[in-house]
Design a binder for this molecule. Structure first.
Ligand code: GLY
Length: 318
């Protein structure tokens, strides 16, 4: 896209910063009670994870259980090369995982750079529920998981090992579709959120992204709504993107306009647009959805009792 076109696109999108505008995200004009339970997650391949989360909600369990069980589906999928088992490794060939979870009571837990544990989302939940802390990283996180009954497992699949060997030889960039971020509202109208990722493919060993940073990769406030991010976490961390989205919703923005605001804020911090993207997905207490991406191609999953579908997001750059 030429700079001239981009500025034009930005100007059009920029017209949406007024409060209380009618939003394209107003998918549920009916009363809020008809929208719950509801689950949204980043990226179309996660329909199966949403379906599992909805199954949990329809059993009458809470949104935290739904988030954990839904995300575990993606974490266990060897064909998803950006989350959990089968995730592309770092530059040293090690699969290192980040995850976070947050509930309607403002409680949060996360793990960063954890190795050899299939379900970092469950470890994040244990950090939240069993410790006084919010975040554990590296070997400390792994030891905590092992002490709590998790198994040590090799998460590097042959497919991901081959991709790493190829990268080492050619040093070419690898596009992968990135983090699962999920938000769910249960029948009690309580909201929880979670994220899980193997982070950027072939990153420096020890790199931690936005996902386990509460307020960056995910944030939930039960009185307002929640947001999750996907894409290059460095940009999200610098702007504390998910917190920003929720705070804009608190001010009265629709989820759609709040996501647009956060992407435009982040846009100013990007010096090189090649090989990067960031997308936000948000939900408010009424079950209204917003999604916005810097570049096109972002998809998300929306699941209610009536449907389980993927949706194309709007983007700032065409
Ligand atoms: N958004 C995932 C990461 O940057 O690690």
């Amino acid at each position: 896209m030429k700079r001239r076109d981009f500025v034009k696109a930005g100007a059009i999108a920029g017209g949406g910063l007024l409060l209380n505008q009618v939003s394209p995200s107003k998918l549920f004009p009916e009363s809020s009670s008809s929208t719950v339970p509801i689950v949204v997650s980043t990226w179309a391949p996660n329909l199966k994870s949403n379906a599992r989360a909805m199954e949990i909600l329809l059993q009458g369990k809470n949104s935290l259980d739904a988030i954990e069980e839904g995300i575990k589906i993606t974490e266990a999928d060897p064909n998803d090369t950006s989350v959990g088992y089968g995730g592309l490794p770092d530059a040293d060939g090690k699969v290192t995982l980040d995850a976070a979870i947050m509930d309607w009571g403002g409680n949060a837990g996360s793990v960063g750079c954890i190795e050899n544990i299939m379900h970092p989302i469950s470890v994040a939940r244990l950090v939240m529920e069993k410790t006084k802390h919010v975040m554990l990283v590296g070997n400390g996180a792994k030891e905590f998981a092992l002490q709590n009954g998790f198994k040590e497992e090799n998460l590097l699949t042959e497919q991901s090992r081959q991709a790493w060997l190829e990268w080492k030889e050619k040093q070419t960039k690898k596009e992968n579709h990135d983090t699962i971020g999920m938000l769910a509202i249960d029948k009690m109208k309580n909201l929880s959120g979670g994220v899980s990722t193997s982070g950027l493919a072939f990153k420096l060993h020890g790199r931690v992204g936005d996902s386990p940073i509460i307020g960056a990769g995910m944030f939930v406030d039960n009185s307002v709504g929640g947001a999750v991010s996907t894409g290059n976490g460095e940009y999200v961390m610098r702007t504390l993107g998910s917190f920003l989205v929720v705070e804009k919703m608190r001010e009265g923005f629709t989820p759609q306009k709040a996501c647009e605001f956060a992407i435009k804020r982040l846009y100013k911090s990007v010096k090189d647009f090649s090989d990067m993207n960031v997308s936000y997905l948000a939900i408010n207490k009424m079950g209204e959805i917003g999604a916005y991406s810097l570049k096109k191609g972002f998809t998300y999953c929306l699941t209610t009792q009536k449907e389980n579908k993927s949706v194309n997001s709007f983007s700032l750059m065409k």
